[in-house]
Design a protein around this ligand. Structure first.
Ligand code: ZN
Length: 256
């Protein structure tokens, strides 16, 4: 089987992980931009995005893994100065096709500043008709989720372009009713393999994408192949397993 890991920060991991992923059938990886400290100025994110586009895609290619780049200002990474410069830089990446999605963006505390920066990014991605990958936080997840949906809805974005990530069982069902895509992160402290089995049994395999949210925090590069094995062992059909670990992401993100 082939797999796509639909949400990673793989640039924070080493070569051995790439080797293991490649050997396990991970064919594609979505790289979401995120910087682990609050930037003091715009160039931090501008250079991060250059690294991801210029260096990281090539590095993955050496292991037979296709990179799909999403760029944006994560709510924990809003620079202290120069937000507009970063927005201009995002526009140039979308214009040139160096990035194929907005992400990851969203709300962490749902402050006014976060909401303002998010709306500007949604407007920008909408003007390029791009998919958008939204983060939801660990703290106050369902309240922040409600606020996030209101903001996305107010921008009249096509829900089929929206991926809402790190969802719980309950929020997955609510996301499904909107027609948006459901990101499920399997990681210590987030969802487990058995939760993915429950979600698929409850609401079906359409619109669901499993990911590792691979970063320098505890996370497993083989998450997606391991989830696929667990789903097969739980008796789910091969078609459904393929949808949640490969096909849905491939279709929504237009993976080539
Ligand atoms: Zn992430």
């Amino acid at each position: 089987m082939s797999f796509i890991d639909s949400h990673t920060h793989i640039y924070l991991r080493g070569a051995q992980d790439l080797e293991a992923m490649s050997a396990a059938g991970v064919e594609g990886v979505v790289i979401c931009s995120y910087f682990p400290v609050k930037p003091t100025g715009p160039t931090t994110l501008i250079d991060l995005h250059r690294w991801l586009a210029e260096g990281e895609s090539e590095r993955l290619k050496n292991y037979g893994i296709t990179a799909f780049l999403a760029v944006g200002i994560h709510p924990r990474c809003i620079p202290s100065t120069g937000v507009n410069q970063v927005l201009e830089h995002l526009a140039s990446f979308f214009e040139s096709g160096r990035a194929m999605a907005l992400g990851e963006v969203g709300l962490e505390t749902a402050s006014e500043e976060e909401a303002k920066v998010l709306v500007k990014q949604i407007e920008l991605a909408k003007s390029y008709d791009l998919p958008m990958i939204f983060h939801t936080p660990r703290q106050n997840k369902s309240q922040v989720f409600d606020r996030l949906l209101k903001l996305i809805g107010s921008q009249k974005v096509e829900w089929s372009k929206v991926i809402i990530d790190h969802l719980t069982l309950e929020l997955a069902a609510r996301t499904k009713t909107l027609g948006a895509n459901i990101g499920i992160t399997v990681q210590p402290g987030k969802m487990a393999e058995k939760d993915v089995i429950s979600v698929v049994n409850n609401i079906g395999a359409e619109d669901i994408m499993v990911n590792s949210d691979l970063s320098n925090q505890p996370s497993d590069p083989l998450t997606v192949p391991k989830v696929a094995r667990a789903l097969c062992e739980a008796g789910l059909s091969k078609g459904d397993v393929e949808k949640v670990t490969y096909l849905n992401a491939k279709m929504v993100l237009n993976f080539r």
